[in-house]
Design a protein around this ligand. Structure first.
Ligand SMILES: [Zn+2]
Length: 176
């Protein structure tokens, strides 16, 4: 998800955007936490803060593994193999995605979400919250299931959004 603050400038990965098949592919579970994985997580944080964003899933930099990093202003955290284990309520919110740059849609999701996964030590961690935290957890786990936020739009709005994105990709229309 995009943010509106600026992080420290460091080495970054290009962020994959709408149309890239990696974004539609369910990511593979992580079965071993290696040094290479720790390095990947560092790079994901750097890429996320540079964008700037509040969350980034590994497929967004072309790595089809079940990992995301996030910081909604309460400190950075990483989740490996996260699963949504509880949701409740409903909340409509203008949502964006670094992989669909410059676009925002009002999307209804659960207001509260709880996710369980692992940290970089392999220990179980649980993150949960209302509003932005709940939204972030649902958005990032969707990425790991190969789903972009457009899939969460009502049918008619989704068709229109897809048409706009395809026209822009073909150069028939200019992005805002
Ligand atoms: Zn996203």
């Amino acid at each position: 998800m995009p943010a509106r603050y600026r992080g420290v400038e460091m080495a970054i990965f290009p962020i994959r955007t709408f149309g890239d098949p990696v974004l539609r592919t369910p990511a593979e579970p992580v079965d071993d936490i290696t040094n290479a994985l720790e390095r990947l997580v560092d790079d994901m944080f750097e890429t996320m803060y540079d964008a700037p964003g509040v969350g980034l899933a590994a497929p967004q930099i072309g790595v089809s593994k079940r990992i995301f990093v996030a910081d909604i202003g309460e400190g950075p955290f990483v989740m490996i193999n996260p699963e949504i284990v509880a949701t409740s309520g409903e909340w409509a919110y203008e949502e964006g995605c670094l992989s669909v740059p410059g676009k925002w849609w009002e999307i209804e999701r659960a207001g509260f979400a709880r996710a369980r996964g692992l940290d970089l030590d392999g220990s179980e961690v649980v993150y949960e919250g209302e509003e932005l935290m709940g939204r972030l957890l649902q958005h990032e786990v969707d990425h790991l299931d190969g789903m972009l936020l457009i899939e969460r739009l009502p049918r008619r709005i989704k068709k229109q959004a897809l048409r706009e994105l395809r026209d822009e990709a073909l150069g028939l229309r200019t992005a805002d």
